[in-house]
Design a protein around this ligand. Sequence first.
Ligand code: GDP
Ligand code: MG
Length: 172
Amino acid sequence: DMKVAVKVVAVGNGVIGIILGKSSMIQRYCKGIFTKDYEKTIGVDFLQRQIQVNNEDIRLMLWDTAGQDEFDAITKACYRGAQACVLVFSTTDRESFEAISSWREKVVAEVADIPIVLVLNKTDLLDDSCIKNEEAEALAKKLKLRFYRTSVKKDLHVSEVFKYLSEKHLQK
Ligand code: GDP
Ligand code: MG
């Protein structure tokens, strides 16, 4: 079997441009670890993991972006050639929810017609939630995106996100 390689980008930004859990999600998925230590992503980084979907070996290359407010040259270059995208927002960050539509537009402007998934992370912090369930559902519906609720910390539904994107990629 030929190995299929898929370039996946994780995007989204919140009130200070960071802290949604994108880097943590990629680390969790590729290395199986979670750290509380906050480390700001500088520029672009990437990790990979190989999985089997429908009897195909898929090599997922997960690109992690800094997610600055400005769509700067480095971040933008990272989207070029992307074949799937994870749009991340966080339970505890209202601004990250409000920024989703514009992030989606930025990605679509750079790479049209790739599988995109909407991910609400940090669902373990439900007590601090500033986004209503119905609002999140409505956004997913409006943007016609598959919607997952993850907790990278508790390792909930993270692998489903990447499995879904892999399946969509194979269907293309
Ligand atoms: P990024 O800026 O989007 O890449 O976010 P990071 O991956 O650097 O995560 C920012 C902070 O959120 C870190 O302190 C993580 O430990 C924490 N974090 C990430 N995912 C979760 C989660 O699911 N639940 C909780 N409680 N904290 C999380
Ligand atoms: Mg990061």
